[in-house]
Design a binder for this molecule. Structure first.
Ligand code: ATP
Ligand code: MG
Length: 292
């Protein structure tokens, strides 16, 4: 089981769409049939959204409703070159530190992902994972600019995995004054996503490049990183090797790029498998993963 921290609702132009890092990751994991528990703080306006996540198979029992808050909102404008300007209303996310791992069935948790959230909550989740020996993925992304050197070092130091895009990795190196080699030595797996250049997975002295797969169109780039994480973690959670798991992430990212919105893609596991096998090698292990 995987626990995901953070939640927010996304608004794109005039559309109001479900979103937020945790919701996005959980949605795609559910499409892949991978169990996950969402830990998030939401306001009094989130019932429909939570029901939709539940209907696709997400365990929403870790969600806490705050009746005196609105759910967080993220407003993003994207131009024709996919450059984005965003603004954020924190709302219920400001209460994320009122949710704790000890309130969940944390002994069943195989891996948690600590994604961008209220900074105090992220620090607390790191402490709780370390205290309860819960392996965690440290995914600070949008919160890196607001994080101190000590916060980042503390989060990375006990992490199982560090994941960031190439720009964020440079920020991490700059803020922590740690080199790529040192960072690689601090975690079991370091993953750098590089947009249309694909991604690089560093683990235990090995380095894998994972290419992108072609997309029919780029309707909206928002949420591509979340989809990649969902595919990667679902693959890893079900015993795939790192390269294969990254390839699952690459396919998931392609599905998201083709739709406006971060939870508008939809496919069966068999359709996902078919697209995977068009681009990557078919092995018995992958057939087991995809149940084909
Ligand atoms: N243009 C593209 N075509 C196909 N796949 C892509 C494209 N851009 C990104 N991807 C896939 O998505 C992964 C994550 O992309 P990227 O590095 O842009 O994440 P990000 O910057 O964190 O995105 P986000 O805007 O969601 O935060 C890449 O490693 C790649 O596999
Ligand atoms: Mg990102």
């Amino acid at each position: 089981m995987i626990i995901l921290c953070l939640f927010q609702a996304v608004s794109l132009n005039i559309f109001c769409l479900n979103g937020g890092v945790a919701g996005n990751i959980a949605y795609t994991m559910a499409l892949l049939g991978h169990p996950c528990l969402l830990m998030a703080s939401v306001g009094n306006d989130a019932e429909t959204y939570i029901n939709q996540l539940q209907n696709v198979g997400v365990d929403v029992s870790g969600i806490k409703f705050f009746e005196d808050e609105f759910t967080s909102s993220f407003f993003v404008s994207t131009d024709q070159q996919n450059r984005q300007i965003a603004s954020f209303f924190i709302g219920a996310m400001g209460r994320a530190s009122e949710i704790h791992f000890h309130e969940q069935d944390y002994q069943q948790v195989k891996l948690a992902i600590i994604s961008p959230n209220a900074p105090d909550a992220m620090d607390m989740y790191v402490d709780e994972c370390q205290e309860f020996n819960i392996p965690y993925v440290y995914d600070p992304s949008q919160q890196i600019p607001r994080s101190t050197c000590n916060t980042l070092r503390h989060g990375i130091d006990g992490a199982y995995m560090l994941i960031a895009n190439d720009y964020e990795l440079e920020l991490i190196k700059d803020k922590t004054r740690l080199s790529l080699d040192t960072l690689k030595g601090m975690v079991k797996v370091l993953i750098v996503t590089r947009g249309k250049e694909g991604s690089t997975i560093y683990t235990e002295g090995e380095r894998f490049h994972v290419p992108i797969v072609p997309v029919e169109r780029i309707a909206d780039p928002t949420g591509v990183g979340d989809a990649y994480r969902a595919g990667l973690l679902a693959g890893h959670g079900q015993g795939l090797g790192w390269q294969e798991a990254g390839q699952v992430g690459s396919i998931a990212a392609a599905y998201v790029l083709e739709q406006v919105g971060t939870q508008k893609h939809n496919c069966t596991k068999a359709e996902f498998a078919q697209r995977y096998f068009q681009h990557f090698e078919r092995t018995p292990r992958l057939e087991t993963f995809f149940e084909v």
